[in-house]
Structures are given as structure tokens and as C-alpha cells.
Write a protein that binds this ligand. Structure first.
Ligand SMILES: C[S@@+](CC[C@H](N)C(=O)[O-])C[C@H]1O[C@@H](n2cnc3c(N)ncnc32)[C@H](O)[C@@H]1O
Length: 283
């Protein structure tokens, strides 16, 4: 990984392949530059110690995809792509014994520190790549991620397998990504964003490059089937696929997510899967 993380203006947008290292480096570059604005714009909606699964505002305190309160109490939890650690802080409030957040962006983690100090609820964080978790096998009871990491990886099977690796038998993985159907539509919150334009089956990444051809933002598209197959291949059992509906009382627009579009097409997919108590032999 290069340490030159300075961003310059976007010279070109491409649809092309991007590998694991290039994608992680682009995420680092992007989020070092975007973290301040992201937290200023969305921090209020996210809450300092709250767990929402995406722009619809689906609240973990209500849906309990990670487990009932008594299951979270005493649990060891890893949050992947934790940003400023809002979800991790909520988990601490639930009585989880250990909560660790990882994120590829140092600036996002500095925001975690800022909120730790403001709230008096610190969360342990480390700078790391979702594709190479710096933890032992079976170290966690729960692995979770709200739009953190998974939308930015080229290989769904490898990323899900890596999270499954650090989950103990009987543990649970829950993560949210942009709903794959969004890939067909322009990222536009108005009516223009309701006209299907691109193929759902085109897996080439969306890549923004600077003048030197360096990727500075990469987002990957994977179909629902890609995610389901990757969950099965990792030896996990898919328990639920939640497609949150846009609530009447949510009037906020978040980039291409808006009440107008949200009432017509899904914006978020949340996958909830369990690692069986005894691992099934993999075919
Ligand atoms: C949309 S933000 C979501 C952050 C947080 N979960 C939230 O809800 O605000 C995406 C986060 O994923 C992180 N990220 C992107 N690629 C990553 C990777 N390969 N490994 C770890 N984190 C990554 C970014 O740095 C960023 O903080």
C-alpha cells in the first residue's frame, strides 16, 4: 500500500476490474479525504452511540438482527468498517464484553476518538482491511458491518470467508451493503434515478481515477446471488435477507438514497447469517 494518500481532482470515471489491494488503497485515499465531511453531514443521523443499517434508518435496537439483548450481553463483537464507531459504541451500551472496530481509514478512526471523548464511551479500534482481519480464528461471537468494507471489495467469497474465519462456531455475521438493484440506476435521488440504465449483471467496478490513473474511489457491484453463494461457500447459513422499506417519517436524502426513490426501489440489503455450531463439510 502506498502512503501517498493525498487526493486530487477526479480526472476520469471508469468501469473496470479493480483488485483487492487497489480497492483497499482507493478506499483509504477516499475516506481520508471524505471523513470530515461525512461525519459532519451524517453524524447526526447516525447518532454517537446508535446502530443504523443504512440510509433508511433501520435501527438495530428495534430489529435485533445481531441477537436478543441477553445474547449480546457478554459477547465479543467485531465491527468491520466501523467509521467513527457509532455502532460499536451502541454495542458497548448493550453490555457486550469486548467490542473492536476496524476501518481502513485513519481519519475515520480519529473521529471515533473524538466521539469517545465527547460521550465518555470509548471503543477499541484498529486500522485494518476487511479483506485481511488481524484477528485469530474464532475470536468473536458476532461480526457486523453497516456499509463498512463489504461494498468496496472485489471478491465477495474471500471477504465473507475472512469474516467467517474470525467467528466462533455458533456465531453470527450480519452486514449491510447497497442493494444490488441500485447498480442498474443512476446514483441520483430524483426521478432521473428511477430509469434503469446499466446491466445488473455487469460486475465491473465503478472506479474514479486521478490524473495519474490512480484509483481514488472504487465501489464494487455484486448480485444478490453472488452474496448468497459466498455466504454458503463460507459454511454459513443465511438466516435472513432484510430489504428495509423507506419509512414515512424519514425525509432525508443521502446521496442517491431519497424518500422518492426509497418508496419504489430498495436501497439497502442486510444479510444475516449464522456459523453452525459444528462446521458442515464444504463441498
Ligand atoms: C459508508 S462508511 C460506513 C461507516 C460506518 N459503518 C457508518 O455507518 O457510518 C464505509 C466505511 O468503510 C470503510 N472501508 C472501506 N473499505 C474498507 C476495507 N477494505 N476495509 C475496512 N474498512 C473499509 C471506510 O473507510 C468507511 O469508514
Amino acid at each position: 500500500m502506498t502512503d501517498d494518500l493525498t487526493t486530487s481532482s477526479i480526472a476520469r470515471v471508469a468501469r473496470r476490474a479493480a483488485g483487492a489491494d487497489e480497492s483497499a488503497r482507493a478506499s483509504r485515499i477516499w475516506w481520508e479525504g471524505a471523513a470530515d465531511e461525512y461525519q459532519a453531514e451524517h453524524g447526526g443521523f447516525l447518532g454517537d452511540a446508535a446502530f443504523v443499517w443504512g440510509p433508511e434508518g433501520l435501527d438495530e435496537a428495534r430489529v435485533r438482527l445481531l441477537g436478543e439483548p441477553d445474547e449480546l450481553r457478554g459477547a465479543r463483537v467485531l465491527e468491520v468498517g466501523c467509521g467513527a464507531g457509532q455502532c460499536a459504541r451502541w454495542l458497548r451500551g448493550q453490555g457486550a464484553a469486548e467490542v473492536v472496530g476496524i476501518d481502513v481509514s485513519y481519519r475515520q478512526l480519529q473521529h471515533a476518538r473524538r466521539i469517545d471523548e465527547q460521550t465518555g464511551t470509548p471503543v477499541a479500534v484498529a486500522q485494518a482491511d476487511a479483506q485481511r482481519l488481524p484477528f485469530a480464528d474464532a475470536a468473536f461471537d458476532v461480526v457486523c458491518s453497516s456499509y463498512g468494507g463489504f461494498p468496496f471489495v472485489p471478491d465477495t467469497a474471500a471477504a465473507v470467508a475472512e469474516s467467517a474465519r474470525v467467528l466462533r462456531p455458533g456465531g453470527r455475521l450480519v452486514f449491510s451493503v447497497s442493494h444490488p438493484i441500485r447498480w442498474c440506476f443512476p446514483d441520483d435521488p430524483t426521478e432521473a434515478g428511477l430509469v434503469a440504465r446499466d446491466s445488473y449483471f455487469d460486475r465491473r467496478a465503478y472506479v474514479e481515477e486521478d490524473g495519474a490513473g490512480r484509483a481514488v474511489y472504487v465501489e464494487h457491484h455484486h448480485t444478490l446471488g453472488d452474496w448468497v453463494r459466498s455466504i454458503a461457500a463460507a459454511g454459513l447459513v443465511l438466516r435472513d435477507l432484510v430489504e428495509p422499506e423507506w419509512p414515512e417519517d424519514n425525509e432525508q436524502t443521502w446521496d442517491g438514497w431519497s424518500p422518492l426513490r426509497g418508496r419504489i426501489i430498495p436501497g439497502t440489503a442486510v444479510f444475516a447469517a449464522d456459523r453452525p455450531e459444528a462446521d458442515e463439510p464444504r463441498g
